[in-house]
Design a protein around this ligand. Structure first.
Ligand code: GSH
Ligand code: FE2
Length: 357
């Protein structure tokens, strides 16, 4: 029996697909998103599955993959197309390869066009295919960056996807309108760019005139995905035992939620890195906070005792993120940032000392 879940990342409109074999418990996850790794890992555990592989349909331009972080958390292998050019994979795939999970398997089909390393994963019985950004529901991936080539995409769809059974369900990597799945028959009939009698030249003309802005995160996402989602600074592995429900940002910073901090103030040292005038200014400060302005922190880090974990705070959460890096260099292990700083703390109505009402 197949276990199947479609997961969504609302920030990038990316779909992640979990496929498992209910007999063996082995599973694969297609196109995980870095920020959703905690959610995905929890689901995999609750369903009693073991993640064998994370699979990418391509090197994404709009979000960072969760592949590397899932490997740290769950021990999964990282698999993607050799043609993607990515470094750090455990398995490089080529057209025609089969990837087994328990009694089920996926076939790898090269479907270049959106990028030249794009692949589609076809389920063993051809009832489902995961098309990445090749064909989208009533649309297609764009072809204006990352070696995009509209002629290649048209041929991929016509020869590798429309050749699947008409009933085969197609699951794309994104949908921007809330649609979740389609079928070969449906797209052959209704895809305005690729269906019906549309020819290769028509498609090229359509794609040349799309005129979309580049994805907002492209400059961060592409280099990171070429490393399979490994953060540049090698972080992301939580301390063991873990002193708080920590979240790791792709920027390389550990964070704790304000509500957790408010409930656990006695267990940590709050380090406020604003200027003294801000500390005693209208935003107030968190009860018991120690003040060391960011500019003095490197020189004064040795003054801070190591008996408790440190949570750094500032006005908006950015200077304090930098403070966690300074403390890390100074040998502090248990440190985290307070995201959103005093502004968010106050907006959420949490307790302060001093400050204006
Ligand atoms: N606004 C989105 C743009 C997303 C985007 O360009 N998506 C690519 C896939 S990586 C695409 O092919 N989109 C097709 C379309 O929007 O029609 C962002 O900033 O991330
Ligand atoms: Fe893409």
């Amino acid at each position: 029996m197949l276990v199947f879940r479609q997961l969504f990342d609302p920030t990038s409109s990316t779909y992640t697909y979990l496929l498992g074999c209910s007999v063996s418990g082995e599973a694969v996850l297609i196109d995980p998103v870095f920020e959703q790794v905690r959610r995905d890992a929890a689901l995999i555990n609750e369903l009693g599955l073991r993640l064998q592989w994370t699979l990418e349909t391509h090197v994404h331009a709009d979000h960072v993959t969760g592949a590397w972080l899932l490997k740290q958390k769950l021990g999964s292998g990282i698999a993607l197309a050799a043609a993607s050019g990515a470094l750090g994979a455990d398995l490089l795939l080529a057209d025609g390869d089969r990837l087994a999970f328990g009694r089920r398997s996926l076939e790898v089909r090269a479907t270049p066009g959106h990028t030249n390393g794009c692949v589609t994963y076809v389920l063993d019985d051809e009832s489902m295919a995961f098309t990445g950004d090749c064909i989208l529901i009533r649309g297609s991936g764009r072809t204006d960056f990352q070696q995009g080539d509209p002629r290649a995409l048209y041929r991929s769809v016509r020869s590798r996807i429309f050749s699947l059974p008409e009933t085969c369900l197609l699951y794309p990597a994104h949908d921007y309108r809330g649609l979740t799945a389609t079928s070969v028959a449906e797209e052959k009939k209704f895809n305005p760019r690729l269906g019906g009698e549309v020819g290769e030249g028509d498609y090229v003309g359509y794609m040349k005139n799309l005129d979309l802005p580049h994805p907002k995160k492209i400059d961060e996402a592409v280099p990171a995905n070429l490393r399979c989602g490994q953060p540049g600074n090698d972080g992301g592995v939580p301390p063991d035992p873990c002193w708080a429900p920590l979240r790791f940002t792709f920027g390389g910073v550990w964070e704790v939620e304000p509500h957790w901090l408010e409930e656990n103030l006695s267990k940590v040292r709050v380090l406020d890195v604003r200027e003294p005038s801000e500390f005693s200014g209208p935003l107030g400060h968190i009860r018991g906070a120690t003040l060391v302005p960011l500019g003095e922190l490197a020189a004064r880090a040795s003054e801070l005792p190591k008996d408790k974990p440190i949570v750094a705070v500032c006005r908006a959460g950015s200077r304090s993120a930098h403070a966690t890096a300074i403390l890390q260099k100074a040998g502090f292990a248990d440190i985290a940032n307070l995201p959103g700083g005093m502004l968010r703390w106050r907006a959420e109505g949490r307790g302060v000392e001093g400050g204006a009402l």
